[in-house]
Ligand binder design. Structure first.
Ligand code: CO8
Length: 309
């Protein structure tokens, strides 16, 4: 019997200690039937959890979770949303059955409208501090995740919404030119922080990021694909099928090798924020508290409302 097969069998029988268990990618074959499971009854392969903002369904047989944003009207990243998002990711990270997550929106036409602007307007210094820490926390968790992360971008995704997609391992977007994606902070009169910029540069390269950030560009889906901001475009009907296929391709590799490679690629950028976290919060508070910035944000919110009428 091959050593690997033997190790797998022993691991399943519980004989081997945790450190000698087969690698996580072998766990994708699924757990052994429970001795408590009545014969003939199918195992429940899915478990789900949900909160006010996000719904998660984990398929235990494949190890893939589907995370759906469900915060109408536009999945804006409020303090509550960011907190629930981080908690959901943490739960999946800690779940030995989970190896990858597909992130998408339950709302038609919007992936996420980015940070909730109302959280950055007319609030106290304490609130700004708590909010920004939550933004940092989410990014550190998502960008540094051990899981395979695939963004299925099924609608517009400006600013913080774009950051969520950029922080994943792979981005697939619906091929609808009405949907756009980008770091448009400059259009709001604000500046994307260095770690938004670093994440963007790591995906599209310095020159494209430089132009796009200065102009605060929102790129329609086909242009985003040309720039490398999204990896693939597919029709709305094919989006989930494609995301599942990409996930399967990434999960075909041993987790430990993929995870170490991901860490190697992303560590410097993550470490930079970790080293300057408190300073970054202070900078945010100073910047966002300026009356000129508050005025820009209020005008932007008014513009959004006027656009409707
Ligand atoms: N935050 C709060 N409310 C929002 C946001 C948002 N990001 N986006 C939209 N809304 C609100 C609108 O005001 C509107 O409210 P109401 O119904 O009360 O009038 C409601 O959501 C619906 O919006 P729309 O009618 O505009 O919906 P559409 O489907 O027509 O359009 C869009 C959806 C395309 C998402 C559009 O709403 C939009 O462009 N929104 C703005 C997106 C944006 O620019 N986000 C940037 C946020 S800033 C950020 O993420 C990074 C900040 C980094 C900070 C750095 C500082 C140092």
């Amino acid at each position: 019997m091959a050593a690997a097969t033997l190790a797998r069998r022993l691991g399943r029988s519980g004989v081997l200690p945790l450190c000698c268990r087969p690698p996580a990618w072998d766990r994708a074959r699924g757990p052994p039937p429970s001795p408590l499971q009545p014969p003939g009854l199918p195992l429940a392969p899915c478990r789900s959890f949900s909160n006010n903002k996000i719904q998660v369904e984990l398929d235990e047989s494949s190890g893939v979770a589907m995370m759906k944003f469900k915060s109408p009207p536009v999945n804006s990243l409020s303090l509550e949303f960011l907190t629930e998002f981080s908690i959901s990711l943490e739960k999946l990270e800690n779940d030995r059955a989970c190896r990858g997550v597909i992130i998408t929106s339950a709302l038609p036409k919007i992936f996420s409208s980015g940070l909730d602007i109302t959280e950055m307007c007319g609030k106290s210094v304490e609130h700004y501090s708590e909010f920004w820490r939550a933004v940092q926390e989410l990014w550190l968790r998502l960008y540094g995740s051990n899981l395979v992360t695939v963004a299925a971008v099924n609608g517009s995704s400006p600013a913080g919404g774009c950051l969520v997609a950029l922080s994943c391992d792979y981005r697939i977007m619906t091929d609808n030119p009405k949907f756009s994606i980008g770091l448009n902070e400059a259009q709001l009169g604000i500046v994307a922080p260095f770690w938004f910029k670093d994440t963007f540069v790591n995906v599209v390269g310095h020159r494209i990021a430089e132009c796009s950030l200065q102009l605060g560009s929102l790129h329609p889906a086909p242009e985003a694909h040309r720039l490398g901001l999204v990896d693939e475009l597919v029709s709305e009907e094919k989006l989930m099928e494609k995301a599942a296929a990409v996930m399967a391709q990434w999960l075909a590799l041993p987790d430990h090798a993929r995870q170490l490679t991901k860490t190697m690629m992303r560590k410097a950028v993550l470490d930079r924020l970790v080293a300057h976290r408190e300073e970054d919060i202070k900078n945010f508070i100073t910047f966002i508290s300026k009356e000129s910035i508050q005025k820009s944000l209020r005008m932007y919110m008014e513009m959004l409302k006027k656009k409707k009428s």
